[in-house]
Design a protein around this ligand. Structure first.
Ligand code: ADP
Length: 483
């Protein structure tokens, strides 16, 4: 709604309204100024001649303008003070004043009607009327008072002049509005090219940055007053890009290092595994209980190390896109049963029971890589047992939802602290309470499982409350051939 374009249009409209108001007001002022000027000019002309003059044929044509004799008489009897108070009103088109040029005071004023009336009687008025006489000499009029010229002046402005002034003002007004429009348009175009366009480029560039694209620089050309901003922005992009490059390099070195170490460790760890296994199987002679217990612990620790090495190699394969998947119809129910059997001895050690519900619902096969899916299910059930309180219960459920299978693993264990939940699928992340309870753990299992599920076009989610338990849910599509 508040786009730059709208703001500009709004400003332009506001500017136009303001300019029109200004034009109307200035037109009124100009009109007054012109009228006053015309009148003032005439007055000054008369002052210099010092005669009673009325010599505009135009003026006659506009309806005449002479004071009536009785009116003049009455006016002359008035004090100057009173006369001033009755300053002429502007009749709209004409107004008149009788002025004593010597004293420069207004003697009388009249409106158009009175003068029109007088004008119709002009021929008769060339006679004496009391002490005032008014004579018409061709198109001039002379007024005398007690046989002396009273230097009277009729001032006015002709209708034609007003009309022409009005049309002049109209023209000026039109010109002003036209100019305003042109200035507005120029401002709009300039604003668009020098402000709105660079700003919108900047906006797009910033959006790119927020989406992680740092390669799209702003053009070097004119950016209005924004050239410097563009330059700085580009510099910022360059430094972000170089920091990213360095980070990527460090992270690739780190990943190379981890992969190399993992590979190097795998062979000796496997060798240890098989050596210990042979001894544990008593192929080289019987073992007493103590020997067996110690060897068993060694065997399990070695196994955990192998798992860690395998996880590290998996993460590397996932990150480099090298993890291969082989999809085939997979019986998820059988797979879960199998894993529960495998994990049960460990669960028993911790006095944790595992239940599995929903398998009676006739769950169809899923479209999956069975080995990878085992990893997912095993990690979830392993975690549920690992993070359960002793004597706790783990519940695994399976259900069908449309063309998808929903599997959940719930425990009543330590839960995940709220403030750490958003990091739970990050590589190597382990929550504080999990570290305290279980020293062992790589923080890689959930990262790997989420990637595997996503590769199955599925999704993973969880709900957890610290100290109360956790439910992990993963959803994957049914095998299309076995609906
Ligand atoms: P690991 O269990 O080896 O630490 P995972 O990637 O499987 O690694 O899990 C990452 C972290 O998620 C765990 O360290 C733990 O903090 C938390 N977590 C996972 N499952 C559970 C669970 N069922 N109950 C509580 N915390 C869990």
């Amino acid at each position: 709604m508040f786009s730059l374009r709208n703001i500009f249009i709004g400003l332009l409209a506001f500017f136009l309204i303001l300019a029109s108001l200004f034009a109307v007001v200035s037109a009124r002022i100009a009109e007054n100024a012109i009228i006053n000027n015309v009148i003032g000019e005439r007055a000054s002309q008369v002052k210099t001649t010092g005669n009673i003059i009325f010599n505009s044929p135009n003026f006659y044509a506009q309806g005449g303008s002479v004071l009536s004799v009785p009116r003049i008489s009455a006016a002359l009897n008035k004090s100057n003070e009173t006369a001033k108070e009755t300053l002429p009103e502007r009749s709209g088109i004409l107004f008149y004043r009788l002025i004593n040029i010597n004293t420069k005071q207004i003697i009388a004023s009249a409106n158009e009607e009175e003068l029109n009336l007088y004008f119709t009687r002009l021929p008769e008025l060339s006679m004496e009327a009391g002490e005032i006489s008014i004579n018409r000499i061709q198109d001039q009029i002379e007024i005398t008072y007690r046989s002396e010229s009273i230097h009277a002046l009729w001032m006015g402005i002709s209708r034609a002049e007003i009309l022409s002034t009005n049309s002049l003002i109209g023209m000026q007004l039109g010109l002003l509005i036209g100019l305003t429009l042109i200035i507005g348009a120029v401002l709009y175009v300039a604003g668009f090219y020098f402000v709105a366009r660079p700003l919108s480029k900047l906006k797009i560039a910033m959006e790119n940055v927020s989406h992680g694209t740092f390669s799209e620089k702003l053009p070097k050309g004119p950016g209005g007053g924004f050239s410097k901003v563009f330059e700085k922005f580009n510099l910022m992009l360059e430094s972000i890009a170089s920091v990213r490059e360095r980070n990527e390099m460090v992270s690739s070195l780190k990943s190379d290092f981890i992969t190399t170490v993992a590979h190097q460790l795998r062979t000796p760890l496997s060798a240890v595994k098989w050596s210990v296994k042979i001894i544990l199987d008593q192929d080289f002679g019987p073992l007493n209980i103590d020997q067996r217990t110690i060897l068993m612990k060694g065997y399990e620790s070695n196994d955990r190390s192998i798992r860690l090495v395998n996880d590290l190699l998996d993460v590397d394969r996932i990150d480099s896109g090298k993890l291969q998947f082989e999809f085939a119809p997979t019986d998820l129910v059988a797979l879960i049963d199998n894993i529960i059997d495998l994990v049960s001895p460990r669960a028993l050690e911790r006095n944790v029971s595992i239940n599995f519900t929903g398998k009676e619902k006739g769950i169809p096969q899923v479209h999956a890589d069975a080995t990878k899916l085992r990893q997912v299910v095993q990690n979830l059930i392993d975690n549920a047992v690992k993070y359960s309180y002793p004597g706790g219960r783990v519940l695994v459920t399976i259900d069908r939802a449309g063309d998808k299978i929903v599997t959940t693993v719930t425990d009543g264990g330590i839960g995940i602290p709220k403030d750490q939940q958003q990091k739970i699928f990050s590589k190597f992340f382990r929550a504080d309470n999990a570290r305290k309870l279980q020293a062992d753990g790589s923080g890689l299992g959930l990262y790997i499982m989420r990637r595997i599920v996503e590769k199955h076009n599925g999704e993973v989610s969880f709900k957890s409350e610290e100290g109360k338990g956790t439910t992990f849910t993963f959803i994957i599509p049914i095998d299309v051939g076995k609906k």
